[in-house]
Design a protein around this ligand. Structure first.
Ligand code: MN
Length: 228
């Protein structure tokens, strides 16, 4: 806290990494950062063309997907999650474009009734390191793309991507109407998409770093879906 702020009550701040907004701009879109106010979710969904759920260095409270145990590594931001789940549901109801990145992919899954692995290392024996050492601008593991998925079409039929990885959780049981579109070699789900929406895609990696040549295709497809 700097000196001017001495005595000021604590205030929340909303932070978004510029890479997400740069990626939207590069793909031809106009990015707007939102505060997380659950009561504004419905009106925002009326006005905006698309929703990028960025996730962050926190987890969804496990009770929200029916888990009664909490792994010690779980960190939550309940108000932000409440907003993200609400706005995700509002966009789903309107069938407007949604792209979920990392924690944002997990939001899509939970919004549609799915569950999460609270800590990959605790659940999957011999798993890859899904939290890579810095820098995140380097590829860390390969993913295999499911043929005949929307993601496969978006990336021009490529069968693999080399992606970064900065997550300790992953999708467990799929939400209603979702399908897997990518996996890592240890079986961890790296991508999901909705069968019933015109564009609802979740990536467990961070395409905004443009680590793989096809990362940009995902943003292009998202912006195209926003401008339909
Ligand atoms: Mn990973």
């Amino acid at each position: 806290m700097d000196e001017d702020e001495a005595g000021t009550p604590p205030r929340r701040r909303f932070v978004v990494f510029s890479l997400y907004m740069d990626a939207i701009l590069k793909a031809g879109g106009l990015p707007l950062a939102l505060g997380s106010f659950p009561a504004s979710a419905s009106q925002l969904a009326d006005k905006l063309d698309g929703l990028l759920l960025t996730g962050g260095d926190f987890d969804i409270p496990p009770a929200l997907y029916g888990a009664s145990d909490i792994h010690p590594s779980v960190k939550t931001k309940p108000q932000r999650t409440e907003f993200e789940l609400k706005i995700c549901q509002e966009f789903l109801m309107r069938d407007k474009a949604i792209l979920g990145i990392c924690g944002g992919a997990q939001v899509i899954n939970v919004a549609m009734g799915g569950t999460l692995i609270q800590d990959i290392g605790a659940k999957i024996k011999d798993c890859l390191t899904h939290e890579q050492p810095p820098p995140r601008s380097k590829p860390h593991h390969k993913i295999t793309i499911e043929p005949n998925s929307r993601l496969a079409t978006i990336i021009g039929g490529a069968t693999h991507m080399n992606v970064n990885s900065a997550h300790h959780q992953a999708i467990d049981k799929l939400g209603e109407g979702l399908r897997i579109n990518a996996r890592a070699s240890d079986g961890v789900i790296e991508g999901i998409e909705s069968n019933h929406h015109h564009f609802c895609l979740g990536a467990q990696w961070h395409p905004e770093f443009h680590v793989d040549i096809h990362d940009k295709d995902i943003f292009k497809a998202f912006i195209t879906a926003c401008t339909r």
